[in-house]
Write a new protein. Structure first.
Length: 475
């Protein structure tokens, strides 16, 4: 089933059941504490916090998301994209646990010929918060799940809060067993055998204090209980398309095909190259979507994330043996796959591609300038009889020429030298601390978001917003 069809079925399923279809918000949200929208609920946050009243009690969306924290996972797991789409259904004081579980179970198990996704019931598991007896009883009643397919997990995986006082609650996730070739029996942690693809959050608690994800006080129950769910569109696509991971789905794989042609290497031939192919396809798509939503490359915050994505894509192509510019071949392919769902990409492509290609050019210049500096440093080290480059030299290459450390390591190794990586990391850490101190000063100077300020007012102090896995300053 094509990704576009999975999306279409989602929206019509929930629309037919009384949900208002809400278009995706842009990736850049007004909340300055959030780097990018990273979950379907973000645009609905004011409703969940009770700051605004929605025109509806049920809504559904397919939200564009970017999670920079997942960048190192890309290409290595089967399931993490930097950009992905989260299908959501939401209830604002309307249906609760039983309604949410029944809807999810119906859509997931209904046959494809009857408009569902047609997953085989016997492969499905539900994780629950270990104390949520109510959810356990509903999974048994509504889905007929036996005890051994209900997995009790703790706060880390199955309790949700926003990092600030306010709504919180247990969650329940639907997992699918992909089979013994993908991991050990009942190993829920690893994630690629028992693939989590849909998270149902039951907002029922009123949290009076939140110290961390796993450390909070529940003051009582919420007067109005809410539902927030998120299903990974790409994860369902890879399951239903019979491929091995999210990089092989119809919306992503064509970029890998072009990268194969450009490099003369074949996807599937060796693991290292496969990871590079996947990184290229993922990052090209993320760059496309980010520039489409107005982000431009820069040295901090959002712009730096975009810069890093483009550079990693260029660098991965280089490791696949292609030194020539490639974005002009890759980006249009990604755009052609995404434009059915995001027609604005077609209209904006002149601007988008110009920005992307200019960044590629700049990085290619960086690479050649940095290479000259690196060669000089190598020659100096060798004539001094040293066997490694100093941390300060690696840091200067990074700081001045944007030379990633892995590139320095690899190119030094090609010339028989090591690099003082510990020294490099220490200097990076010092720089990060300085940037954090700067950002903090800036933040208190400019004030915070509405949400943030109201919460801070309510508790009478500055609140550190930690509810999401990324903030503007952690890039
Ligand atoms: P995982 O444990 O696999 O990292 P998660 O628990 O962080 O996933 P949630 O925060 O529960 O994910 O998000 C809801 C859903 O969004 C997930 O069940 C998954 O289907 C999807 N999702 C989350 N992160 C990604 C990602 N980086 N790429 C693709 N889909 C994702
Ligand atoms: Mg995750
Ligand atoms: Mg998880
Ligand atoms: Mg989850």
């Amino acid at each position: 089933m094509e990704t576009a069809e999975i999306r279409r079925r989602w929206l019509s399923f929930f629309e037919e059941r009384g949900h208002t279809v809400v278009p995706s918000a842009p990736l850049v949200h007004e909340d300055p504490n959030l780097l990018f929208v990273n979950a379907g609920m973000v645009p609905f946050k004011p409703y969940f916090l009770g700051q605004e009243t929605p025109q509806f009690t049920r809504a559904t969306s397919v939200q564009k998301c970017v999670r920079t924290l997942d960048i190192e996972e890309v290409g290595k797991t089967t399931r993490h994209g930097t950009f992905f789409q989260m299908n959501g259904n939401f209830s604002f004081g309307d249906y609760f646990k039983e309604g949410a579980i029944a809807l999810a179970w119906e859509l997931v198990t209904r046959s494809q010929s009857e408009g569902g996704y047609g997953f085989d019931e016997k492969d499905l598991y539900a994780s629950v918060y270990h104390e949520d007896e109510e959810a356990i009883a509903i999974w048994k009643k509504v889905a007929g799940l036996p005890d051994d397919r209900i997995v009790r997990l703790g706060k880390k995986d199955n309790y949700w809060n926003m990092g600030v006082p306010g709504p919180g609650g247990p969650c329940s996730e639907i997992l699918i067993d992909r089979g013994p070739e993908f991991g050990a029996e009942r190993d829920w942690e690893a994630g690629d055998r028992y693939l989590e693809f849909w998270n149902l959050v039951f907002m029922q608690d009123d949290l009076s204090a939140v110290r961390s994800k796993e450390d909070f006080d529940i003051a009582g129950g919420l007067p109005k209980k809410n539902i927030d769910t998120g299903m990974g569109l790409e994860r369902v696509a890879y399951l239903l398309q019979g491929v091995d991971n999210i990089y092989e789905i119809d919306e992503v794989f064509p970029v890998i095909s072009v990268a194969e042609d450009l490099s003369g290497r074949r996807y599937g031939a060796n693991h290292e190259d496969d990871v590079r192919f996947r990184v290229v396809a993922d990052h090209v798509r993320s760059a496309l979507m980010l520039i489409g939503d107005g982000v431009t490359p820069g040295n901090e915050g959002r712009g730096y994330v975009l810069r890093r994505l483009i550079r990693r894509a260029v660098r991965s192509m280089r490791l696949l043996g292609v030194d020539a510019p490639t974005l002009a071949e890759l980006l249009p392919v990604s755009k052609d796959r995404m434009k059915a769902s995001y027609p604005e990409l077609e209209a904006g492509f002149g601007r988008i591609s110009q920005i992307a290609y200019a960044e590629e050019d700049a990085f290619r210049r960086t690479l050649s300038a940095g290479t000259t500096i690196l060669d000089t440093a190598v020659a100096k080290a060798k004539s001094a009889g040293r066997s490694s480059l100093g941390g300060d030299e690696a840091f200067a290459l990074h700081d001045t020429y944007g030379f990633p450390i892995d590139l320095t390591l690899e190119m030094a190794a090609e010339q028989g030298l090591q690099v003082d990586e510990a020294g490099f990391r220490r200097l990076m850490g010092e720089q990060r601390d300085r940037a954090k101190a700067d950002a903090k000063a800036k933040k208190s100077a400019h004030g915070d978001t509405q949400v943030y300020r109201q919460v801070a007012d309510a508790v009478g102090r500055e609140v550190e917003f930690t509810g999401y896995d990324q903030t503007v300053t952690d890039a």
